[in-house]
Design a protein. Structure first.
Length: 463
């Protein structure tokens, strides 16, 4: 009963911080690019069939970005409307994952999963402002549900949803592709079955959604991304692998990324107090890391302890707990391999799609402790972790770049508030200027890739 009360307290706290961070969420460059696609859908009826510019040049394939941003704008013409959709999908994801985790790990595991996932700063950050990687949490959960539902028997709709959970979000962010090799390996090792009819239906839906994009690239081949090969050179693959390992462990801790922890409270407490706090904040980040990362390391090592024969095919008669451990192990190894082969530097948002699996080692290890002779000590540690999490979330809600107007951005491009070289009615009509105004009409400034500039007569331009 006590675990149930704590569980619902954590759920309420997670909901509170979700709403607090959403109503304080801001707009930067990527958000303008996404909103511009939705803007054309609701104002001109134009469905832009390609996504955001990629680091490899060109545009991301598919027109799902325009739908994810445009459809919510039909209901509420405000820049936070698409974020409400993202948060709604995340609520569904947690509901699905909670049912699965509680079935496998019991009440203790359910409580820990709520703390480590639902209350996680990584989860909250990636579901309370508009950004294409933030949609990945839902599709990662949908993929895991589809795998679990087919552990013993192939099913039509789970097979369909598994393919859709890879193909559709890949139009929003390339990190969804990571789910493809994980699916292949898990199927190969017997962790789930798949129905070809359902998978074929999923492929057909994904292919149909890409048809407008294929027609667009026939007219303009420059939309295709052009990048390096699959393998990086020199020592880079090893650095990518190490970064992937580091982020896997950090997703299971409070050692959040630089752009998340770039705290500036000047607007809240005044310039003098803000300057006095600035030198202290990095030390707090290190303390949080030193307190929580070793726990994640211990939990991951414990997951591999006594794991003789883990590479064998999954036994259909194995317990759900054993099955889950195997899924986490193989997903971890495939993630490291993908990081090793990646031509670009591994970033946290590239593996956040696996957040629910990254926290699972601590959930499994902690659930065992909460049932053991040191239960009271484990409860105190759990309460301390939850308290530190809430303190960090409160600080992020008022000090992190995407939840404040102005202030230092730690030179992180993805949270920079760009100076604009022109202006557009979208900035006023979506409440962007009212929330945190951009400087506009500044020569040499930046501009969203599809919006017409003030002196342009076209309704849609491409850079």
């Amino acid at each position: 009963m006590r675990n149930d009360r704590f569980f619902w307290l954590v759920v309420v706290l997670g909901a509170f911080f979700s709403v607090l961070m959403l109503v304080r969420s801001q707009v930067a460059g990527d958000q303008l690019n996404m909103l511009a696609r939705g803007w054309f859908l609701i104002t001109d009826g134009v469905w832009i069939p390609f996504g955001l510019p990629t680091s490899a040049g060109g545009k991301a394939p598919g027109g799902l970005t325009a739908l994810v941003t445009g459809l919510p704008l039909l209901v509420w013409r405000h820049h936070r409307a698409p974020t409400l959709l993202i948060l709604g999908l995340q609520i569904v994801a947690f509901w699905v994952l909670d049912r699965l985790v509680s079935r496998v790990t019991g009440r203790s595991g359910r409580l820990l999963f709520a703390i480590l996932y639902w209350l996680s700063p990584w989860r909250l950050y990636h579901s309370t402002f508009l950004w294409n990687p933030n949609t990945m949490l839902f599709f990662g959960a949908l993929h895991f549900w589809s795998v679990y539902r087919q552990r013993h028997q192939a099913r039509l709709w789970p097979s369909f949803l598994l393919v859709v959970a890879i193909g559709l979000p890949a139009q929003l962010h390339a990190s969804a592709i990571l789910l493809a090799p994980i699916s292949v390996v898990l199927w190969w090792r017997g962790y789930f079955k798949i129905q070809l009819k359902g998978a074929a239906l999923g492929v057909a839906v994904v292919a149909a959604s890409l048809t407008p994009w294929l027609l667009a690239i026939l007219q303009d081949p420059s939309l295709l991304p052009t990048g390096e090969g699959l393998l990086a050179s020199g020592l880079r693959p090893w650095s990518h692998l190490i970064r992937g390992l580091g982020y896997w462990l950090r997703l299971d801790s409070l050692a959040v990324s630089d752009s998340m922890y770039c705290l500036d409270f000047t607007a809240l407490v005044g310039p003098k107090a803000g300057q006095a706090m600035a030198p202290i904040l990095p030390s707090i980040w290190w303390i949080l890391g030193l307190l929580t990362v070793p726990v994640a390391v211990w939990a991951n090592l414990r997951l591999w302890r006594h794991s003789k024969g883990w590479w064998w095919a999954s036994n259909p008669r194995a317990s759900d707990r054993t099955w889950l451990k195997g899924v986490v192990r193989w997903s971890f190894l495939v993630t490291l391999l993908a990081c090793f082969l990646s031509p670009t530097t591994t970033m946290s948002w590239q593996i956040v799609v696996l957040l629910h699996l990254a926290v699972m080692p601590s959930v499994l290890a902690g659930a065992a402790l909460l049932k053991g002779p040191r239960r009271h000590l484990a409860l105190r540690g759990t309460a301390l972790y939850a308290g530190l999490t809430c303190a960090l979330l409160l600080a992020m809600s008022f000090g992190s770049p995407m939840y404040r107007c102005g202030g230092y951005r730690c030179e992180a491009m993805n949270v920079t508030h760009p100076i604009l070289r022109s202006h557009h009615p979208m900035l006023e009509e979506l409440g962007i200027q009212a929330t945190c105004p951009f400087q506009v009409d500044q020569p040499g400034g930046w501009w969203p890739d599809v919006l017409p500039e003030a002196d342009s007569g076209s309704s849609l331009v491409r850079e």
